[in-house]
Design a binder for this molecule. Structure first.
Ligand code: SF4
Length: 76
């Protein structure tokens, strides 16, 4: 079966500076870039680092993360 990995929908991400999904990921696969003094871009998942454990799913308040087949991931 095709491996599934995390995908963050940037339109649903609340861009919180304290993104709880980033904190819970055991593989440091999630990150967000600083966009200004107090703001961040949407969280992104690194398909190379994501193991598909799905721990992040229930730690996104906006429900922005879903698991999708690894071959469907487009690097933004
Ligand atoms: S599925 Fe697991 S490894 Fe992948 S981003 Fe979510 S918490 Fe990290």
């Amino acid at each position: 079966m095709m491996k599934k990995i995390a995908y963050v929908n940037p339109n649903l991400c609340d861009r919180s500076p304290g993104c709880p999904a980033i904190k819970v990921c055991p593989s440091q696969a999630l990150s967000h870039k600083r966009a200004g003094m107090f703001s961040y871009d949407a969280t992104m998942a690194d398909p190379e680092k994501c193991t598909g454990c799905a721990k992040c799913l229930n730690n996104c308040p906006g429900g922005a993360i879903k698991m999708i087949p690894a071959n469907k991931v487009q690097v933004r």
